[in-house]
Design a binder for this molecule. Structure first.
Ligand SMILES: Cc1ncc(COP(=O)(O)O)c(C=O)c1O
Length: 381
């Protein structure tokens, strides 16, 4: 079908190109597009207009020289690691990561001969020593760790990586580029799960990579196509809609989270509140320096009565749905011991401070009074 003649008009909202494949007039055109000498598309697993449009906007937000959208956050991480590592290489990874990322590194990439060493990236001396010992190709950390929001000193990690000749890769999912732009702090690659705050409405599963080195883009793009990590056009179209309100949502949710964290700390039955914007968080000062726009919408609280009390809380506060994700426009809760870190062994969860009473809250943008009323219902149970 030929493109419709829109005259002087153009759509305000980008068109959705669902086509899995494109037609070309002849073999010369195929060669020109394949060799990057002319614009165009061939096969949607390689590239499509909705993916490129979204990637360009996100790359600008992250201050990246390039950006690539992938089918999920995990697909994006997989593409980055596969693009950068070969058998025998080592990743030096933070010892506080989203559970599936730890599995990707240790169980999946381990099968292909990639080694992973874990380090406390909040301890810079330990990190320097581990870099000397393991000579990693990649140093990997989360801007704010899932779930307990530990904040490493990204500029210092970037310096450690740079002087050792390895690349710093940062999962910025909890912070989003509204709070932190790791590439500007010296990271080589930043990853975002667009499933979370950036998509913003829990109706899309996507991930994103941005970086500084154009050669790495070529390698990652090839991995995305060959390993099949590509994003769907519709997902990209949806995520782009979320992007328009990302700043508004993050600012509103961050203000709510700041207020809710203090309020929770005064509630009976709550034995601990974890939020990097509170002075009792171990990284409070660093978070203040790295995140001038605020400490984000993610927090945790602990119920002294453990799992049974978490169950009672969830049943009594249905207005704050238990849903094992984050970044929805309204507030949701999750249970790290049973969801994001379910497959970590219990000793590992204990080391990280992920207890049976720990509830993770993804604070949303609803009116604060409404949110506190619903939390109070859960706590009074
Ligand atoms: C910090 C972090 N990184 C990566 C991911 C993976 O993203 P996705 O679920 O889009 O694959 C998640 C998912 O919860 C996450 O919390």
């Amino acid at each position: 079908m030929p493109n419709p003649d829109l005259g002087q008009s153009s759509p305000l909202v980008p068109p959705l190109y669902t086509s899995a494949v494109y037609t070309l007039p002849d073999l010369d055109a195929l060669d020109a597009v394949s060799d990057g000498l002319a614009p165009g598309y061939i096969y949607a697993r390689d590239a499509h207009p909705n993916g490129d449009h979204l990637a360009a906007q996100l790359a600008a937000l992250e201050a990246g020289a390039w950006g690539i959208v992938c089918g999920s956050g995990m697909a994006a991480l997989s593409a980055a690691f596969v693009g950068m590592l070969s058998a025998g290489d080592t990743v030096l990874a933070s010892n506080r990561l989203y559970g599936r990322t730890t599995q990707l590194l240790k169980q999946q990439l381990g099968r292909f001969g990639v080694k992973t060493a874990a380090v406390d990236v909040n301890d810079l001396d330990e990190t320097r020593a581990a870099v000397r010992e393991h000579e990693p190709k990649v140093l990997f950390a989360e801007t704010m760790s899932n779930p307990l929001c530990r904040v490493p000193d990204l500029p210092a990690l970037a310096e450690i990586a740079r002087s050792a000749g390895c690349r710093l890769v940062v999962d910025n999912t909890f912070a989003t580029p509204v709070l932190c732009r790791p590439l500007e702090l010296g990271a080589d690659v930043v990853m975002e799960s667009l499933t979370k705050m950036i998509g913003g409405h829990s109706d899309v599963t996507l991930g994103f990579l941005a970086g500084t080195d154009p050669d790495l883009r070529t390698r990652v793009a090839q991995v995305v196509s060959v390993w099949g990590f590509a994003a769907s056009p519709f997902g990209c179209w949806q995520a782009e809609r979320g992007l328009h309100t990302l700043g508004l949502r993050m600012r509103a949710a961050t203000a709510n989270a700041f207020a809710v964290a203090d309020w929770l700390a005064g509630q009976p039955g709550v034995s601990r509140v974890v939020y990097p914007g509170r002075p009792d968080h171990p990284d409070y000062e660093l978070a203040g320096l790295l995140f001038p726009a605020g400490c984000g919408n993610m927090l945790c609280f602990e119920l002294a009565g453990g799992r049974a009390e978490v169950n009672r809380f969830m049943r009594a506060a249905p207005g704050i749905p238990f849903s094992p994700s984050l970044g929805h426009a309204t507030t949701t809760v999750s249970y790290p011991a049973g969801t994001s870190h379910r497959y970590d062994d219990p000793a590992e969860r204990e080391r990280q401070g992920i207890s049976a009473g720990l509830v993770r809250v993804s604070v949303g943008c609803e009116p604060l009074g409404e949110l506190k009323r619903e939390l109070a219902k859960g706590l009074s149970a």
